[in-house]
Design a protein around this ligand. Structure first.
Ligand code: TNX
Length: 526
């Protein structure tokens, strides 16, 4: 009797200890816990089938991280106890099976991306100190025995970050990308051009950055609030071509496609400050330090198309991504209405109004990029006209844009602002400059349903996935960006992966994950 009680107690204790350790974000599709641990002792090695460059890259990121925090080096060898194999048995290209026993870690996937994700799960099964930038002492480097079967619901799981309204440097972006990989997010949409700053170096047009990347002042109040309060400190910055290459490569190794966004025809004031000849009025303009929507946009002249195509030629060379985002949102037609050239062009092309002219503009750029093998993405305003079906629509003003796009046969990415805009405030007492907008509490993100009711099966199949957007008008520091991003991004990742369920249980699991945020150094909202 005593023995039975003792065994029961032991079981209970080990279950509790277990429960604290075994939590992966996003939650895997299935996970069974077994007894025992796999211990990392410095003698471990990867065994790869096949042993090729892609497979080595898939394990390298984990080995680097683990090496830095544990001091242990895991090499690839002919025989090893961490066995990674490709197999057609796993059908999702990002899916994987992970079996941990006291003797071996076995990973099976259909592509190296799945192997990479299995190792991100192993990363999360390890104590949070694995995130440490230096060797952490006194840590039990072991993971519990588990059997995990996992695969994402959506192929497109994106995160957008705006480096234009406020500049965020390369170090911040690299750290963010690594955190995205931890959450199995696979696209980084990099918002690189806007009215308040042009952030990517273009060889052919040096003034885009020498002029367009800097501004004299920044508005501290909301656009609608009077009197306006300004910070008169000059600010700016941009990414060199080498910075871009480094970010793209860093992301690629983490199964993240970096999608550049070059805004057109609107949100173009920084570019027009440098090259006013591509506006309708000729300028002059200044890189603006206030927020909102500006009337001066690119003028659909032949010279402008040449300018934009030359820029895109360089962009395409820097970004191997399948997608290029060309913006398309918030483009007022005030200038086009009063511009002789635009009116003549409309007449010639048989375009009824300026909205059709924007569609004509978009289609021209879409065709140009398609010929270069790229798929164009645009904000849902591009649907206001009849645009080529090959363009992908990002639905930000609610579900409607996405539904309309799917019905017309466009592929769609869902990022409605009332659910997935992390620049919107979280708590009732978050009374910062964001108070006028919607509140997006954690639960709203977690419970978001990306596939709207009312679409038939064929239309639903056009929903490629989701995206969380981080605009930075009022976000001036990395710390504040992180405060807005976390833990909402963690909730988002579980929804994007498709395993969001009981919100209460998610909150319980999150407590453990916060230790990981702390070791990484993330300033999360508590
Ligand atoms: C709308 S989303 C915008 C951005 C702003 C954002 C602020 C979109 C395509 N346009 O330019 O930064 O709202 O939340």
């Amino acid at each position: 009797m005593k023995r039975t009680i003792a065994i029961l107690c032991l079981l209970l204790v080990s279950r509790v200890a277990f429960a604290q350790q075994v939590s992966i974000f996003p939650a895997p599709v299935s996970m069974e816990c077994r007894s025992g641990y796999f211990v990392f002792d410095g003698s471990n090695a990867f065994e790869l089938h096949p042993d090729n460059t892609q497979m080595r890259e898939a394990v390298e990121v984990f080995a680097e991280r683990f090496g830095r925090s544990s001091g242990m080096d895991i090499q690839v060898a002919a025989k090893g106890d961490i066995v990674c194999s490709l197999s057609e048995k796993v059908d999702n290209p990002e899916g994987y099976e992970l079996t941990v026993t006291p003797k071996k870690i076995r990973i099976t996937a259909s592509t190296p991306a799945g192997v990479f994700y299995a190792l991100q799960s192993v990363r999360q099964l390890l104590p949070p100190q694995v995130e440490s930038a230096e060797v952490a002492e006194g840590v039990a480097w072991r993971i519990p025995c588990v059997v995990v079967k996992d695969a994402p619901r959506f192929a497109y799981r994106g995160a957008m970050f705006d480096v234009c309204r406020n500049f965020f440097d390369k170090e911040f972006i690299l750290q963010y990308i690594d955190i995205l990989a931890l959450h199995k997010i696979n696209r980084f949409h990099w918002h690189l051009t806007d009215d308040q700053g042009w952030r990517i170096e273009i060889d052919r047009y040096p003034k885009l950055t020498s002029v367009g990347a800097f501004r004299d002042r920044t508005m501290l109040t909301q656009t609608v609030v009077k009197p306006r309060v300004w910070d008169n400190t000059p600010v700016g910055g941009f990414f060199t071509r080498n910075d871009v290459r480094e970010v793209v490569e860093f992301a690629r190794k983490r199964n993240i496609e970096v999608i550049p966004e070059i805004e057109m025809p609107g949100h173009a004031l920084a570019a027009l400050s440098a090259y006013p000849q591509y506006s309708c009025t000729g300028g002059p303009f200044e890189v603006d330090g206030k927020w909102g929507v500006f009337n001066d946009i690119f003028c659909p002249k032949e010279e402008t198309f040449a300018f934009l195509q030359n820029i895109l030629d360089e962009v395409v060379e820097l970004f191997p991504s399948r997608y290029v985002h060309i913006g398309g949102d918030e483009a007022p037609k005030v200038r086009w209405k009063r511009c002789h050239h635009c009116q003549e062009l409309m007449e010639r092309e048989g375009l009824e109004n300026e909205t059709e002219l924007q569609a004509w503009f978009t289609n021209r750029m879409e065709t140009y990029l398609r010929q270069k093998g790229k798929t164009v993405i645009g904000w849902d305003e591009i649907l206001d006209g009849d645009i080529n079906r090959s363009a992908v629509v990002m639905s930000w003003r609610g579900y409607e844009g996405g539904m309309k796009a799917a019905r017309r046969g466009h592929d769609v990415i869902m990022c409605p602002n009332k659910y997935l805009y992390f620049d919107y405030y979280q708590f009732d007492n978050d009374r910062g400059p964001l108070e006028k907008r919607h509140r997006i509490p954690l639960e709203k993100v977690y419970c978001f349903n990306p596939v709207p009711e009312g679409l038939d099966a064929a239309e639903q199949s056009h929903i490629m996935g989701v995206q969380a957007n981080m605009w930075t008008e009022y976000v001036r520091t990395p710390e504040y960006a992180q405060y807005l991003l976390f833990p909402r991004l963690t909730a988002y990742s579980e929804m994007a992966w498709g395993t969001n369920g009981d919100y209460g249980a998610f909150l319980e699991r999150l407590k453990d994950f916060e230790k990981r945020y702390e070791v990484i150094g993330i300033n999360y909202a508590k």
